[in-house]
Unconditional design. Structure first.
Length: 471
């Protein structure tokens, strides 16, 4: 036989359960516009029953948990996808900057300057001894070398500017790692009570997603409740309440920043080449591979151009009756050729030194009316000196490559952004707050509260009747 006081306890448990439900729904509604908030839901369980001779008698309801509405597998997908989007997004700015460098309408163009250079030799062939035409050859050559220097320098400057981006990303990642280690301590301390640290875990998840945008990571949870984070190569970033940092240091050869993983004991490991996705990996790749590739192509063009021009110019004769004269300076190798190409000291500001003739007379004087060498140099314009391509074709293929890289990057960003939006939409359907749903829950909890109040009120009346029997 249930005691009336037990029935009061059952009613009280119902009141408490309804209050918790209304409070949780109210918390959800209050955070409907809060970024990274995860809807919370209440779970109940029946209190242990009272064992009677004829069976079991229920003892009301108890709060089981207030948990986050979360799909763990979906969250892992979101973290992984953030790294892919971060990689391509971080490359966009640098690629578009370089695309402007190769814009034919933006200023000096190597293609047009090469055309002017060859045309100046063609014009000189009409008047081989004319000083104005010779000065025009020198002027067009200087404009061409300036174009090489400018494009090479702008690419290099873009690479250097990416160093600042790397420093910013590393500093942000270190700050997030420290914050996650502190959140770990708070979460484990809170859930030890026991209690669910839902809002703290929302903050933790937001930090993890931001780190995943910066660098690809592996995330796992240990038996103590700590969230541990590693780089893709296994190097630990956060282990329980401790965290490691990344540092940067310039390469002694290139001057570009390298990224190191630093342990608490000070031991550093170069992880630059181990970054496979995320913003840092994207920046390093576009700096060390894409932009470096553009520079190498320019270097090869400048080296071959100078080498071929010099080879023909050396066999000609200038107005001072000299031969074997380099037109461009002697480049020591392909690397840095676009940066270093210049007029040789033998022809700089010396129009007489231009070797337009292939003929000398009987006493060794240059036949000034001969134009064969000038024509040979002009004919370089249409020769396949870059494999199976002319100089202009080779350069225009580079321009096409830059444009193609920009276009591909935009397509990758659009694809990954679409994936992000789909995943975010899926998450919102599971973890987002619906005002209509919460209002329905509040009405349901309100009715439960009213019913539980009725149970208490009725039981109180029954008690009053029992107490009146003593009179």
């Amino acid at each position: 036989m249930p005691r009336l006081v037990d029935i009061l306890g059952i009613g009280k448990s119902g009141l408490f359960a309804s209050q918790i439900g209304i409070s949780t729904s109210g918390h959800n509604i209050a955070n409907v516009n809060t970024k990274n908030y995860t809807r919370q839901r209440v779970s109940y369980e029946a209190n242990p029953p009272e064992i009677l001779r004829d069976g079991q008698l229920g003892q009301g309801v108890a709060l089981e948990s207030i948990s986050r509405a979360l799909d763990i597998f979906l969250e892992k997908q979101i973290v992984s996808q953030r790294s892919a989007l971060g990689e391509f997004s971080s490359q966009e700015g640098a690629l578009k900057q370089v695309q402007m460098v190769f814009n034919e309408n933006s200023g000096i163009s190597i293609a047009s300057e090469m055309d002017k250079f060859f045309n100046s030799w063609r014009d000189l062939s009409n008047q081989p001894a004319d000083m104005n035409q010779r000065l025009e050859v020198l002027n067009s050559a200087e404009n061409l070398t300036t174009a090489f220097h400018k494009q090479y320098g702008q690419i290099f400057d873009t690479q250097l500017n990416l160093n600042a981006d790397i420093e910013d990303k590393v500093a942000e990642l270190n700050s997030l790692s420290q914050e996650i280690s502190e959140l770990n301590k708070k979460i484990v301390g809170t859930e030890f009570l026991p209690s669910n640290a839902n809002d703290l875990r929302d903050k933790l998840d937001a930090d993890i997603k931001r780190i995943a945008e910066i660098v690809q990571i592996n995330v796992f949870h240990d038996e103590k409740g700590f969230t541990n984070i590693q780089l893709a190569n296994g190097a630990p970033l956060v282990t329980g309440a401790d965290f490691n940092t990344l540092t940067v240091s310039p390469s002694p050869t290139s001057g570009f920043l390298q990224i190191y993983h630093q342990r608490p004991n000070g031991v550093e490991t170069d992880v630059t080449d181990d970054l496979v996705s995320g913003e840092l990996a994207g920046i390093v790749y576009v700096r060390d591979q894409t932009l470096e590739g553009y520079k190498s192509t320019l270097d090869q063009l400048a080296f071959n151009f100078a080498t071929e021009v010099n080879a023909i110019h050396q066999i000609g004769y200038n107005l001072d009756n000299a031969t074997n004269i380099d037109f461009f300076n002697n480049l020591v190798g392909v690397t840095g050729a676009a940066r270093d190409i210049d007029l040789s000291i033998d022809v700089l500001d010396q129009p007489n030194a231009i070797s337009a003739s292939l003929e000398i007379d009987l006493i060794g004087n240059t036949v000034t009316g001969n134009n064969e060498n000038a024509l040979a140099l002009a004919d370089l314009q249409n020769q396949l000196n870059m494999g199976n391509q002319t100089f202009n074709e080779y350069y225009r293929n580079l321009i096409y490559r830059v444009g193609s890289d920009v276009s591909d990057n935009e397509n990758y960003i659009a694809l990954e952004t679409s994936k992000k939006e789909q995943l975010d939409s899926f998450r919102e359907s599971i973890s987002g707050v619906s005002i209509d749903e919460e209002m329905t829950n509040i009405i349901q909890f309100q009715r439960s509260f009213e019913a539980a109040s009725k149970v208490i009120k009725t039981t109180d009346q029954m008690l009053q009747v029992v107490l009146s029997l003593k009179d």
